[in-house]
Design a protein around this ligand. Structure first.
Ligand code: AMO
Length: 451
């Protein structure tokens, strides 16, 4: 029994020596082993050209009948798009490729075959709609430009985490099956938890706060959260990755904003270097926002909008149109597209938000807007038990339903605050992506549960 032989393919029998992207003129003369997919095949009769794509880039493999073993030429003739192959050969110089080199193969093996593709993996060949692309997301992600989005996203999360670790934050993992809503009941997914109802977590809000009461001091979590948004919009999905942070012993909400601006400044800076190849591929020049970020109060934002003729009052939440207007106004007025809006009205913020002592009817809270879209919500939290219970009641909740959260506040809770940053929103705004689904590996929306 030989599964490989039966399938007409070969097992991998050597270790990769290089990624295609690593090969330069310095490597001319070197013997290399490469793995990847058949990206493009050009048949010029006596010579065939294979553009081999691996996880990091592409390289040209030139296959002249007269210079390669007969078997190599024959195998090349039977390749199809997206066959997985192993190429062994010599790096030779070439006048016709951008890198100045190509590969002259001594061996070419089919590691796996591919059926006729439902969508093209070579970009620019045919315009297909996002829905079809998402139906075939695994193939879609093979496109270097699509793949690059998530390598950049990886860098943003990686370097944000790195900043926090350097500054004493502890990474935590909190339950995603919960008994109560944290952000209000409207967009909660109910699930069956044995004999009783439960919910998918909208945010690690209560748990990240409780971990400060548990003595961790500074915590963060990068994990999935669930929102039963009924409408399909370009900025909402039903499961997203929330980058959450919480820290204790703060003086005021500004201490929280300081952490966020320094973290993002660090992450942008490092991403611009580490992901420079991917950013170039997408034609994105990453502007690193300088610290401190601009701060403006919600009331002033409303004034600004009204002066632009927008019908809006202090009681209204910022709608997408308002955000868009602000996205244009902020760079004009303040020379930046990264702006904290602070002191939101009490009615617009969840029960756990600290009321303001300086701005009547407002809260010690903020949103961070980036290029005209909210990417973060944060604030100081109420750490005083009586006030917390009062605010829960004022929002129409029964404190008895929240004892697991409220009780620990009776025992010396430190002043604290934090924020939640949508990783997909950050990615989409940074890269100028129109629809959040393109910044989501495998999006979940009203109509999509697969792949
Ligand atoms: P909020 O509900 O504003 O706050 O969410 C925080 C951030 O998460 C992102 N976000 C979304 N991204 C994609 N699809 C959605 N449906 C979606 N909803 C929200 C946004 C938003 O700014 N507990 C608070 C945070 C805190 O105060 O620490 C909260 O969850 O980028």
């Amino acid at each position: 029994m030989n599964f490989y032989e039966d399938a007409g393919v070969h097992p991998v029998d050597a270790e990769r020596t290089h990624y295609t992207i690593e090969l330069t003129e310095k490597d001319v003369g070197a013997q290399v082993v490469l793995f990847g997919w058949v990206h493009i095949l050009r048949d010029k009769g006596g010579i065939k050209f294979l553009i081999l794509r691996d996880e990091r880039g592409v390289v040209q493999v030139a296959i002249p009948q007269k210079k390669v073993p007969a078997e190599v030429f024959e195998v090349a003739g039977n390749l199809g798009a997206e066959f997985a192959v192993e190429v062994r050969g010599e790096v030779v110089s070439s006048k016709f490729t951008e890198s100045g080199i190509e590969i002259l193969p001594t061996s070419l093996k089919v590691i796996n075959t591919a059926e006729r593709l439902p969508i093209d993996v070579v970009e620019g060949k045919a315009d297909i709609d996002l829905d079809t692309r998402l139906n075939y997301r695994i193939l879609d992600l093979r496109k270097p430009r699509v793949n690059a989005v998530f390598r950049i996203q990886h860098c943003l999360a990686r370097f944000s985490r790195e900043y926090l670790e350097k500054n004493g934050f502890v990474e935590i993992h909190t339950p995603k099956i919960v008994a109560e809503s944290t952000e209000g009941g409207a967009n909660l997914f109910e699930i069956k938890y044995f004999e009783r109802p439960a919910y998918l977590a909208q945010s690690p809000q209560f748990y990240k706060q409780l971990m400060l009461l548990a003595g961790f001091g500074k915590v963060f979590e990068i994990g999935p959260v669930f929102r039963a948004e009924k409408h399909n919009t370009r900025r909402h999905i039903n499961e997203y990755t929330s980058f959450d942070l919480e820290l204790a012993w703060i003086r005021d909400v500004d201490d929280v904003m300081k952490v966020e601006e320094k973290m993002l400044n660090y992450a942008f800076e490092k991403t611009s270097v580490t992901a420079s190849t991917e950013l170039d591929l997408l034609g994105v020049e990453l502007e690193v926002p300088s610290v401190p970020f601009k701060r403006i109060k919600y009331a002033e934002t409303i004034d600004l909008l009204q002066s632009e003729g927008k019908e809006i009052t202090l009681e209204d939440d910022l709608d997408p149109e308002s955000e868009k207007i602000l996205g244009e106004l902020f760079p004009e007025k303040f020379g930046t597209n990264m702006v904290f809006i602070t002191h939101y009205p009490l009615d617009l913020r969840p029960a756990y938000t600290m009321p303001s002592m300086t701005d009547e009817g407002m809260t010690e809270s903020f949103d961070l807007t980036y290029k005209g879209m909210e990417i973060t919500t944060g604030g100081q939290r109420i750490h005083l038990y009586d006030l917390l219970v009062e605010r829960f009641r004022a929002k129409g909740f029964n404190p008895d339903d929240f004892t697991f959260y409220l009780e620990p506040f009776k025992f010396g809770a430190p002043p604290h605050g934090g924020f939640g940053l949508g990783l997909e929103r950050l990615t989409m705004q940074l890269l100028g992506i129109e629809n959040i689904r393109e910044a989501t590996l495998l999006p979940r929306d009203r109509d999509r549960l697969m792949p």
